[in-house]
Design a protein around this ligand. Structure first.
Ligand code: NAP
Ligand code: ZN
Ligand code: ZN
Length: 350
């Protein structure tokens, strides 16, 4: 067992605070890593405040993890001590169902094991995430980090990056396709960068006029203020795909109206309260589709990291010490983050 220092929420109302626990001894195929950096995903906040009504307290959030391998189990062969590696939202799955067999572990029909707020498949122990100094995880759920990328900027790729990469690939973002990204936060800014690198025409929808210049710098060809009706009307019936990352309940009709025939609006934002059902005729008349997408499987996550390595893509980050996490959550709620907080775990080792 390894003594691990972390931050946890003990109930939905209280702030995150220091928390100490033991990581398990290594199993045959486990690797242990010293966590260097962990991104702060809006899902961490939803979960710490029990907004999805399934949090097991105490909860140690964090699923955008980059670390250095410090130990490997006797049968583990994929990584060696010293390797720079990543861990995302998944640490295990049944590995035998149809989805797992297809490399879509995030849709495991027997339930994947989350990096935090999950239950270990052998012992049932609650999993604790990357707001911690150490992690122990099966090597099959560990990713290689491209050597040319800044490790802190890689951390957010493990959730924000793959959550946008997967739908962009699934719905064919690329040259000749007009792709919209709704919301310029952690997920949205990765969507802009990735869709641009895939060769699509990228339009960013934001509620924050102050983000227009940033969106263009990040790779958006056009920026639309979604509250401005005239700007929205200029794009009616024109999108192949719109990926919606917004973390709050809102009306989907204004975005569905912008899809061309057979276009798709894919929801990745997971707000506490459901969006109102959109108008049926808006979907019927142009065979438009409303879809959802959950992170990505392990193979696709590695593919995304390699794609980012090839294109020199990382997240734009603001580094914080662990002690500033509660402040970071409040700022995230005000959309005041450019564009992902990343925790430097050295702040817990001092
Ligand atoms: P974030 O950094 O807080 O960004 C969300 C963005 O949504 C904000 O920057 C803002 O963009 C926009 N927004 C926020 N509140 C809004 C409101 N009331 N009305 C309109 N726009 C609003 O959050 P994130 O980490 O990117 O996560 C976004 C959502 O995705 C969360 O719900 C998270 O749980 C979910 N998520 C889902 C998956 C998945 O697999 N499907 C994976 C990770 C996260 P503008 O200022 O540009 O308007
Ligand atoms: Zn996440
Ligand atoms: Zn499975």
């Amino acid at each position: 067992m390894t003594t691990t220092y972390a931050y946890a929420a003990t109930d939905a109302q209280s702030k995150l605070a220091p928390f100490e626990f033991q990581r398990r001894d290594l199993r045959e195929h486990d690797v242990q890593l010293e966590v260097l950096f962990c991104g702060v995903c809006h899902s961490d906040l939803h979960q710490a405040r029990n907004e999805w009504k399934n949090t097991i307290f105490p909860v140690v959030p964090g699923h955008e993890i980059v670390g250095r391998v410090t130990k490997v189990g006797p049968q583990a062969s994929k990584y060696k001590v010293g390797d720079l590696v990543g861990v995302g939202c998944l640490v295990d799955s049944c590995r035998t169902c149809a989805s797992c067999q297809e490399g879509l572990e995030q849709y495991c029909e027997n339930g994947f094991v989350g990096t935090y707020n999950g239950n270990d498949r052998l012992t049932g122990a609650v999993t604790y995430g990357g707001y911690s100094t150490q992690l122990v995880v099966d090597e099959d759920f560990v990713l290689r980090v491209p050597a040319n990328l800044d490790p802190a900027g890689v951390a957010p790729l493990l959730c924000a990056g793959i959550t946008l990469y997967s739908p962009l690939r699934t719905w064919g973002a690329g040259p000749g396709k007009k792709v919209g990204i709704v919301g310029l936060g952690g997920l949205g800014h990765m969507g802009v960068k990735l869709a641009h690198a895939m060769g699509a025409h990228v339009v960013l929808f934001t509620t924050s006029p102050s983000k227009i210049e940033d969106a263009k710098r990040l790779g958006a060809h056009e920026v639309v203020i979604s509250k401005n009706q005239a700007e929205m009307d200029a794009h009616v019936n024109s999108f192949d795909l719109i990926v919606n990352t917004v973390a709050a309940q809102h009306d989907l009709n204004p975005f569905i109206n912008l899809l061309k025939r057979d276009g798709t609006l894919t929801l990745v934002g997971a707000p506490e309260h459901d969006h109102p059902s959109p108008q049926v005729f808006n979907l019927i008349m142009k065979r438009r589709r409303l879809a959802g997408s959950l992170i990505g499987g392990i193979a696709e996550t590695q593919e995304m990291l390699d794609f980012c390595g090839k294109h020199g893509i990382t997240s734009d980050i603001e580094m914080i010490p662990m002690q500033k996490i509660n402040e970071a959550y409040e700022r995230m709620l005000k959309s005041d983050v450019k564009y992902r907080f990343v925790i430097d775990l050295d702040s817990l080792r001092k």
